[in-house]
Design a protein around this ligand. Structure first.
Ligand SMILES: [Zn+2]
Length: 322
């Protein structure tokens, strides 16, 4: 009976993702003062040591236009708008490039839902300690950020390690960064993340950061530790080339060549400083613009793409037939 009530409550909360925010939401600082590392930012770090407030609810949450295994699962896949658009692009690319179908399985989860999932796991396995290995305790799940999607494929509709061995799972792991997602938990990072291998769990951080983390092969925990030493406008406007270079240098204990320039630049000098600081990290023949827009035509990390000079093409009028 108790279990049935919990299930009913869970179903209701899935259907009303914002319901718990109404009375407890706290005023947040104006956008200009918020950091990309804050809970509203794309690099927000949530894990066992960095818990998220019980009252945090992303706003707005939208429904990405992607497939789920069953229609009823659609109510489980809400995301923040930027993550939703990126997920649509990723699923579309999987189909266009490889004819792979991907399913969204679980997106935004409220603190309350996570608490129910965790308590159910405790009941199943007998202790909080054992349950923690399988389900994140409430407040330590980054699903609460609205930036995470658990992904399945028709060939594998469970959330298990076997997804990582499917063609779709491998493609997702290798290509997610092009759309701004990272494969958040890998076996070698277990000590750092506190979570073992989860080949189905993808976290949105934006194309530049995702591609930098992919290139450096490091988890978000490590990346954020070094990102804290980089100015905010650089974290928001740099390409993956500059971010990979800066974090790579910091990790190796080499002071990055232009970090001081970036740090001391005035607002008017930011654009030029980004350009100058990127130069040493560009590959032979690669331009600054190519680095900035490398994932085109998928969503851009910072600004709109070049407008091309082509005249609008007039298609010949269709005649007859139909
Ligand atoms: Zn997950």
């Amino acid at each position: 009976m108790k279990k049935l009530l919990m299930l009913l409550l869970a179903a209701w909360m899935f259907a009303h993702p914002g319901a718990f925010a109404l009375e407890t939401a706290q005023p947040s600082p104006p956008p200009a003062e918020r950091s990309i590392l804050d809970p509203d930012g794309l690099l927000a770090l949530v894990n066992r040591k960095n818990r998220i407030s019980k009252t945090y609810v992303p706003d707005p949450l939208v429904l990405p236009r992607v497939a789920t295994r069953k229609a009823s699962l659609q109510e489980n896949i809400y995301l923040r708008p930027e993550a939703a658009r990126a997920l649509e692009a990723m699923f579309e690319a999987a189909f266009l490039e490889k004819s792979y179908t991907l399913y969204a399985a679980s997106g935004y989860r409220s603190f309350g839902i996570q608490q129910i999932l965790f308590n159910a796991k405790v009941e199943e396995v007998g202790s909080r300690e054992k349950a923690q290995l399988r389900v994140a305790p409430a407040g330590s799940s980054e699903h609460q950020l609205g930036l995470v999607m658990d992904i399945q494929a028709p060939s594998h509709t469970g959330l298990s390690l076997a997804f990582g061995q499917t063609d779709e799972g491998k493609w997702a792991g290798e290509n997610a960064h092009r759309f701004g997602f990272i494969l958040r938990y890998k076996a070698p990072w277990r000590e750092l993340t506190g979570v073992s291998d989860e080949p189905w769990h993808f976290r949105y951080v934006g194309i530049a950061h995702a591609s930098a983390m992919q290139a450096l092969d490091i988890p978000l925990e490590t990346y954020v530790e070094y990102a804290k030493q980089i100015p905010e406008y650089v974290l928001r406007g740099a390409s993956h080339v500059l971010l990979t270079g800066l974090v790579g240098d910091l990790m190796a204990g080499r002071p990055p060549q232009h970090l001081r320039l970036l740090t001391e630049a005035s607002k008017e000098e930011h654009e030029a400083a980004l350009r100058a600081a990127t130069a040493p990290y560009l590959e032979a023949g690669q331009t600054y613009e190519q680095a900035l827009w490398y994932a085109y035509p998928t969503p851009r990390p910072t600004a709109p793409p070049w407008t091309d000079q082509d005249e609008e093409v007039q298609l010949p009028a269709q005649s007859g037939g139909g």
